[in-house]
Ligand binder design. Structure first.
Ligand SMILES: *Cc1c(COP(=O)(O)O)cnc(C)c1O
Length: 386
C-alpha cells in the first residue's frame, strides 16, 4: 500500500458520523428520511425557506456535510447525478467568452457536455492529452478560467499527478477541477494536492450499492453557494430518498473501498500471471506506468482494473458469456463486481484503430471489482478463460 502518510484515521469515523448532531435521549440513531417537499415556514420572514430543489432539505444537507468532511472541503452540494454535478460545478465557474482547458481522458458524458452544450453557451473548450506535461501551459489563454481533469482515468486506470497542474492553476489564479469518482475520498483527496473543486458521481463508490443516482461538488463555501444557485435554477437537485440511501451508503465507504482495493490488487496480481491475458492495467502493479505517482498521492489503488485478452474481441465475447458471478453491466463502484467492454460503451463512437491508438484495443475489458471474496472472483475469471 501507499508509502505516503496513512489516510486520516478518522475517515472511517467521519464516514459514519460527520454532519450528525444530537445525543439527547430519544434521538433516532439513524437519521430519519424526510420524504417531504414542503416544510412549515415562519410567518413574517422569507428566511429559512426549505425546499428540496434549493438543496437544503434535511437528508441532502446531511450528505453535504458528510462528503465535505470526507474531502476536507469547506462545503459540498449534492445534486441529482454526476453529470448534474459536472454541469453545475463548471457553469458556476464559466461565463460566455470564457475558456475551459480539459483533459481529453474524461467521462464521455463530460466530453459531450463540454464540446456540444458549452459551445452553444459561448464557452470555449480545449481538450488536451494530459500526459504531455507542457501542454497545459501551452494551451492556456487569457480567458481560461479552469482546468478540468479526471483521475484515475476510465477505462485505462491511468493516474494523473495533480501537483504540476495545480502549480499552473495557482500561478494563474484559475480553478483546478478534479473528477475524483474512481478514487473516492478513501483513496485520494484532491484538495490535499492543490485542487480547488472535487466532483463525484455519487452513483459509484460514494453510494456503492448500484441503487442511487447522485453527484457531489466540493469546494469553498462561496463557490458551493454559486453551484447551488445553478442547481436550483437548472433544476438538478436530488430526491430526499436518494439522499437518505446515499447517507446510508456513505457509512460503509471506508470498509467498502478498502475491500475493493484489496480485491482488485489480488485479481490484478493473479491476472498478470495468465497467458490468456495480454496485459493488466492496475495502478497497484509495478508494471503500471503511473505506479510511482499512485503510491505518492493515493492511499489505495482502487477497485477498478482492466485486462486485455490475448484473443481480442472474439475472446472477450466468449469470456463475458461464461462469467457466472461477475455481471456484464456498464456502471462501476458498487459492492457487486461488474465487467464492461469499452468498445460497446464509453468508446463506441471511435473506430477500432482509434481505440487501439487510445490504448483500448478489442479484447479490452474493464472490471469494477466488488466486495465479494477475491478467491471467488478469481475462480470466476479462471473458469471463464477456459
Ligand atoms: C459515471 C461517471 C460520471 C457521470 O455520473 P452519473 O452519476 O452517471 O451522472 C462522471 N464521471 C465519471 C468518472 C463517472 O464514472
Amino acid at each position: 500500500m501507499s508509502a505516503r502518510k496513512t489516510p486520516p484515521n478518522d475517515l472511517a469515523t467521519l464516514a459514519v458520523h460527520a454532519g450528525t448532531e444530537g445525543r439527547d435521549a430519544d434521538t433516532a440513531v439513524v437519521h430519519p428520511l424526510f420524504q417531504s417537499v414542503n416544510f412549515i415556514q415562519e410567518v413574517g420572514t422569507g428566511d429559512g425557506l426549505r425546499y428540496p430543489r434549493y438543496g437544503n432539505a434535511p437528508n441532502a444537507e446531511l450528505v453535504q456535510r458528510r462528503v465535505a468532511a470526507l474531502e476536507g472541503a469547506e462545503a459540498a452540494v449534492l445534486l441529482s447525478s454526476g453529470m448534474a454535478a459536472t454541469a453545475c460545478g463548471l457553469l458556476a465557474l464559466l461565463r460566455p467568452g470564457d475558456h475551459l482547458l480539459a483533459s481529453s481522458w474524461i467521462y464521455g458524458g463530460a466530453t459531450a457536455l463540454f464540446t456540444k452544450e458549452f459551445a452553444s453557451l459561448g464557452i470555449e473548450v480545449t481538450l488536451v492529452d494530459p500526459l504531455e506535461t507542457r501542454i497545459w501551459r501551452h494551451k492556456l489563454r487569457k480567458q481560461t478560467r479552469a482546468i478540468f481533469i479526471e483521475t484515475p482515468v476510465n477505462p485505462t486506470c491511468r493516474v494523473l499527478d495533480l501537483r504540476p497542474v495545480s502549480y499552473i492553476t495557482k500561478e494563474c489564479g484559475i480553478a483546478l477541477v478534479v473528477d475524483s469518482t474512481f478514487a473516492s475520498p478513501v483513496n485520494l483527496r484532491p484538495l490535499e494536492y492543490g485542487a480547488d473543486v472535487v466532483i463525484h458521481s455519487a452513483t459509484k463508490y460514494l453510494n456503492g450499492h448500484h441503487d442511487v443516482l447522485g453527484g457531489v461538488v466540493c469546494g469553498t463555501s462561496s463557490y458551493i453557494e454559486e453551484v447551488r444557485q445553478k442547481m436550483m435554477l437548472w433544476g438538478q437537485a436530488p430526491d430526499p430518498f436518494g439522499a437518505w440511501l446515499l447517507e446510508r451508503g456513505l457509512k460503509t465507504l471506508d470498509v467498502r473501498v478498502r475491500r475493493h482495493n484489496e480485491n482488485a490488487m489480488a485479481v490484478a496480481e493473479w491476472a498478470s500471471t495468465r497467458k490468456e491475458i495480454r496485459r493488466v492495467h492496475y495502478p497497484g502493479l509495478e508494471s503500471h506506468p503511473d505506479h510511482e505517482i499512485a503510491k505518492e498521492i493515493m492511499d489505495g489503488f482502487g477497485g477498478m482494473l482492466a485486462i486485455e485478452l490475448a484473443g481480442g474481441g472474439r475472446a472477450a465475447e466468449k469470456f463475458l458469456r461464461k462469467l457466472k458471478l461477475i455481471r456484464h453491466a456498464p456502471s462501476l463502484g458498487g459492492v457487486d463486481s461488474l465487467v464492461s467492454e469499452p468498445r460497446f460503451t464509453s468508446h463506441a463512437h471511435l473506430t477500432a484503430d482509434q481505440r487501439a491508438h487510445a490504448g483500448i484495443p478489442d479484447g479490452f475489458l474493464r472490471l469494477s471489482i466488488g466486495i465479494e471474496s477475491a478467491k471467488d472472483l478469481i475462480g470466476d475469471i479462471e473458469q471463464a478463460l477456459h
